[in-house]
Design a protein around this ligand. Structure first.
Ligand SMILES: Cc1cc2nc3c(=O)[nH]c(=O)nc-3n(C[C@H](O)[C@H](O)[C@H](O)COP(=O)(O)O)c2cc1C
Length: 435
């Protein structure tokens, strides 16, 4: 089983209640906050920690930033994760370090440099969550062009990856000589120009950084539409998914296996990690109390503000009592489909959707004692629905403290999770082939 700790460098994670919890540390601007979490997760032998990211405040709901900024939706504050991971690299030794960067609002050369640097300074622990971005707000921060259509974003993403991979491969493994005696730094014959000229990008290369310990960062992707899955099948080594039920997890994993084979890879070439939000108590009643306290802190409007940003649509003209079936998306396709799947057969209103989104963006909740939570995780993995989990906290740092202190030992005792790191690189934790 593989484990990833989910974070956003700001007040809100999937849970929009997180900063309102009286026990929550509000020092989410301080490095110490993230370093503490990194050390904790490393103690729990997590494969990696990961920062989600987006590039704009949310102002789709009501065509204004009023709701999102007033109540702190998912986009109200996001600091840049890459510098934070650079600092964390200095005080950790094993845990993988993942950051999100967008192929729609960046240049392949920048990304190739950033992750080659992170991979060098962390001795092979870097991972990149490749996103294509979701909404017009992000487009407006990077120029006056409208946000590209959903499939165009993925087409551009494909070419972006070709260029980035080309740049990471522009130094052969044995190009760096560091021959002090003869004053030979590197073999120029083993450093190659790329000379890429395509529809979206031109990049001559080579990269100005020698090949990093992992060759390139571990590639993570989280597209859940048909086009998104095809993109993930081509490039990813880890796939994040947010599926609200075991049935949908199984269907997702099986779709991914088919897409991987269609892309000419083996059906298990990419590890599928499902997002979960655990609530852990000494008793089930205590865990349920924690969940109820958490949920009582969520205002449905704040969830709707995030949902509107994900869907790149304004829902404010609908009454909160109308059905969720009214909602359409021009941003993320998969998320809205998952939300409607929760509604299937039930009457879920737009206010309910806001509540569900604000409470955890549909992350399935595992509520109970450490043993209950470990058992539910084991069931998901042993039934073949997932290779592991993205653990999304409802309380910080409490969820990770409970998880590392109480759930991880049960998983270890049952032989489902490592007791020690075996290798030094993230690729080795994940059992991926070296590049
Ligand atoms: C666990 C998880 C984490 C994600 N993190 C980000 C993120 O940090 N930034 C972002 O723009 N999108 C993020 N996404 C969204 C996906 O990258 C993708 O854009 C979204 O699922 C829509 O893809 P689709 O249109 O193919 O469904 C995440 C999705 C999941 C499931």
């Amino acid at each position: 089983m593989h484990l990833c700790g989910f974070l956003i460098a700001g007040p809100v994670v999937h849970s929009h209640a997180i900063w309102r919890n009286p026990k929550h540390r509000t020092d989410f601007f301080s490095l110490g906050h993230y370093v503490g979490i990194a050390r904790l997760l490393e103690r729990g032998k997590f494969d990696f920690m990961f920062f989600a990211d987006r590039l704009a405040i949310a102002d789709r709901y009501g065509a204004s930033h009023e709701t999102g900024i007033r109540h702190a939706d998912q986009d109200a504050t996001r600091m840049d994760p890459v510098p934070i991971l650079g600092a964390i690299a200095a005080v950790t030794n094993r845990i993988g370090l993942g950051a999100t960067r967008s192929t729609t609002y960046d240049a392949p050369y920048n990304i190739a440099r950033e992750f080659a640097t992170l991979d060098h300074i962390s001795a092979g622990r870097a991972a990149w969550n490749v996103v294509t971005s979701m909404n017009d707000g992000e487009a407006l921060n990077y120029g006056d062009v409208p946000h590209l259509g959903h499939d165009d974003r993925y087409d551009r993403g494909d070419e972006f990856m070709e260029v980035a991979f080309g740049l990471w491969d522009s130094w052969d493994k044995d190009a760096l000589l560091l021959d002090r005696e003869n004053g030979i730094y590197a073999d120029p014959g083993k450093v190659h120009y790329l000379n890429h000229k395509g529809r979206w990008f031109q990049s001559r290369g080579p990269l100005n950084i020698p090949r990093s310990p992992q060759g390139r960062p571990v590639i993570i992707q989280a597209g859940s539409s048909g086009r998104g899955k095809a993109f993930a099948a081509r490039w990813s080594e880890v796939i994040f998914a947010l599926q609200p039920s075991l049935e949908r997890m199984r269907a997702f994993k099986s779709d991914v296996a088919t897409a991987l084979v269609d892309a000419g890879r083996t059906p298990d070439a990419s590890k599928v990690l499902m997002a979960i939000m655990p609530f852990i108590g000494e008793s089930r009643a205590e865990a349920e109390e924690k969940r109820d306290l958490h949920d009582s802190l969520v205002n449905p409007l704040v969830g709707l503000s995030t949902l509107a940003a994900h869907a790149n649509a304004d829902f404010s003209h609908f009454s909160l009592e109308e059905s969720v079936e009214q909602l359409q998306s021009s941003g993320s396709q998969g998320n809205l489909a998952a939300l409607k799947s929760i509604a299937a057969g039930k009457s879920i209103t737009i206010a309910d959707a806001g509540r569900i989104y604000g409470q955890g963006v549909m992350c399935p909740r595992l509520v109970g004692t450490a043993k209950d939570v470990a058992e539910q995780m084991a069931e998901i993995v042993t039934s073949g629905a997932s290779d592991g989990f993205v653990v999304s906290p409802a309380f910080l740092p409490d969820t990770f403290e409970d998880f590392v202190g109480k759930v991880v030992p049960v998983l270890q005792k049952n032989g489902l999770f490592r007791s020690e790191y075996e290798g030094g690189t993230l690729r080795s934790h994940l059992g991926l082939v070296a590049t």
